[in-house]
Design a protein around this ligand. Structure first.
Ligand code: GDP
Length: 477
């Protein structure tokens, strides 16, 4: 027929097999429909159930989102602090908290929890969320309006706050019990320092209590999805949504997180200038949690040991000065706060020929030296770099880093994880392949809600395991 060969538009699956809704304005967020041009085809398809739940979530969001009649009505209850009658719409407010990688993971966790509990997710814009992310839902914003009554308290919410769920359980005074029964809002503290009572969030019984609360306000810096998979009340629905469990963040991330046009500009300009023409792209994400200024020799040794041993990069020849050049080129994209590692890898491939004759080019978009969470261009670059890493073919990441988790999961990549160095020495082996592309939950509960005692939650079901990079963490495989 005359549509053969099909155009890029027709050939490429720009709605990601139904994951994305039609009807968004394309120009206000170019990345939403163009990202497909930069990515490999989806490894797995989203389940029909996930697609249908996303469409019904969008309808709910439209009916209940900011400034709708239902929103205004439910907001009234917040002002009086009491819930009087049952509500038509219930909400989950996500507080902007912690580094960008952490925030991306917690927001996806919050969205999944909202899906499971039929809540409307509202996002505290913090200082930079509007600048970094497009609206994911059609027509009605996901951002919490600036006049939201509790907004000024977000920073001070902690385990000691009177409306903190864990605290209410701990001091079960008359005031607290009646608060639990009648309060229009509850603060959920799921930050890494949370205690045993806060962790009861992950018990079915507690979910029954929380179900009736119209406003849940959430602060977390953890990807808590793996523990949702251990809750009997969510188990069946999660299996239907995600027949392949390791695709949770992959699909939710690609559904929710679309870079705004300025960030998309950073991504696409960089991609075309440095990465597009290579035969293969290799991402190396370097995050050093040691104190002191790098670059550290042991970290450099480790990166090179991993890349050579796993055959990700070719060896160089220090004896033979010139070897025939093959046509094959590999582009290495390094991300790090420091420039030192990049310089050393680049120099190695300039000063010596590769034994395979492959041409290796090495790039690093920025070296910001230290974390500067409040600066606009800093965060744009951080987001652009996570995204660029997700566009590579082969990925090496650092232990414990949510920055790396976002890149691997968005990209659908099982990275080689660099083990965390101890005592300033490169570990041997230097790295290992991840079991799955899923992020690791760093601070999971170890509690059996039914038996009311401690348990190893990483040994209960085959799909929730301890992480490669953090022995007490949990991840989906
Ligand atoms: P994590 O601390 O590695 O889990 O990742 P987060 O993203 O939560 O916090 C680290 C923050 O440090 C990032 O958000 C950036 O602001 C900054 N950062 C760390 N590594 C890099 C990097 O390679 N490139 C850039 N541009 N920023 C980085």
């Amino acid at each position: 027929d005359d549509d053969y060969p099909p155009s890029v538009e027709a050939r490429k699956d720009k709605l990601l097999s139904g994951l994305l809704a039609v009807g968004h304005d394309e120009r206000s967020c170019v990345s939403r429909y163009q990202s497909v041009l930069y990515r490999k085809e989806l490894l797995h398809k989203p389940s029909p159930h996930l697609i249908s739940r996303l469409r019904s979530y969008e309808a709910l969001h439209k009916r209940c989102g900011p400034y709708t009649e239902s929103y205004n009505k439910t907001l009234e209850m917040l002002k009086t602090k009491h819930r009087l009658e049952s509500t038509d719409c219930n909400y989950l407010v996500w507080i902007s908290f912690s580094g960008l990688g952490n925030r991306i993971l917690t927001l996806a966790s919050a969205f999944l929890y909202a899906l499971l509990t039929n809540r409307v997710l509202l996002v505290d814009p913090g200082v930079d969320m509007v600048d970094l992310f497009c609206e994911p839902f059609p027509e009605v914003s996901w951002f919490l309006p600036p006049d939201f009554p509790l907004k000024s308290q977000f920073n001070s919410f902690d385990q000691k706050s009177p409306y903190c769920y864990g605290r209410m359980l701990k001091n079960s005074t008359f005031a607290n019990s009646s608060r639990l029964i009648s309060s229009s809002f509850i603060y959920l503290h799921l930050v890494h320092d949370y205690d045993d009572q806060d962790k009861l969030f992950f018990c079915d019984e507690d979910q029954t209590t929380l179900q009736k609360v119209p406003w849940l306000i959430l602060k977390t810096d953890n990807y808590f999805v793996p523990s949702l998979f251990l809750m009997p009340s969510f188990d069946q629905e999660l299996s239907n949504l995600f027949p392949r469990k390791e695709t949770v963040f992959h699909f939710l991330g690609r559904y929710l997180f679309h870079p705004t046009n300025p960030v998309w500009g950073l991504i696409t300009r960089y991609y075309h200038a440095y990465l597009a023409k290579a035969d293969e792209r290799i991402g190396i994400q370097i995050r050093v949690f040691d104190t002191g200024t790098g670059p550290f020799q042991h970290v450099l040794d480790q990166i090179i040991a991993c890349a050579l041993k796993e055959d990700l990069l070719p060896r160089v020849s220090r004896e033979k000065p010139i070897i025939n050049q093959s046509q094959k080129s590999k582009a290495v994209l390094i991300t790090s706060l420091s420039a030192g590692y990049f310089e050393r890898v680049r120099d190695m491939y300039w000063e010596h020929p590769t034994v395979t004759g492959e041409v290796i080019s090495v790039y690093q978009p920025s070296h910001e030296e230290y974390q500067q969470t409040e600066k606009r261009f800093h965060n744009r670059k951080a987001w652009a770099e996570m995204y660029l890493l997700s566009l590579t073919d082969v990925l090496v990441t650092s232990s414990w880093s949510t920055f790396g988790y976002v890149a691997q999961s968005l990209g659908g990549l099982k990275p080689w994880i660099l083990y965390k160095p101890e005592n300033q020495t490169a570990p041997d082996p230097a790295c290992r392949r991840a079991m799955s592309m899923e992020p690791c939950f760093h601070a999971p509960p170890f509690y059996d809600c039914k038996a009311k005692r401690g348990i190893d939650t990483g040994a209960l079901v085959p799909h929730v395991r301890h992480c490669e990079d953090m022995s007490w963490g949990l991840k989906l495989v």
